[in-house]
Ligand binder design. Sequence first.
Ligand SMILES: [Zn+2]
Length: 196
Amino acid sequence: MAQFDDSLKAALYRITCPDSAALGHYHLGLLPDAAATPIAEHLAICPHCTQEIAQLEAFLVETAVSHQPSISERIKVWIAKRLPTGGQPQAGWSSPTFAVRGGDTGPLMYEAGDAQLSLEVQDDPEHPGRKSILGLVLGIDTANVAARLLQADKEGTAVPLSPGGNFAFTNLAVGPYQLIITGPDIEIHLPELTIA
Ligand SMILES: [Zn+2]
């Protein structure tokens, strides 16, 4: 008799239950609020749907390989902030090898998440009237990291960082640029870099 009661109760509950697809979409957070709210309220009182969600959860854990967060969720994106000129370097910030040359104003310093970035714009000795950028990235693993310099909507060239974090661009026209440093799990954006 207890058995019968349970299945009767189950049947009564399930009349008002959302279907499995709706539960699944709810669980994955795919439903708009208007659709999600009644399901949330139903789940609060319905042991059957709660159990169904638990089974779904177990299934998702088993198949987690195909449900890894997308690349965009795993990559840390940092916007570089210019550090005030003459400011005290942070702890752990070592002087870039090519920091100060005679007559130069010194490197531009940026901070982006865990990374520190130093850029020095110079005349390109091999290309009269053109500029070069010497860069140094510290604070991150530089394996498989590349620096990309973009001008307007042009793709621009990418150069790999040296193991020490150095990179260089040469033969540049003056003008506004964007610098993007990309690695396996980081992206550093320097949206406004004007070479003058
Ligand atoms: Zn239910």
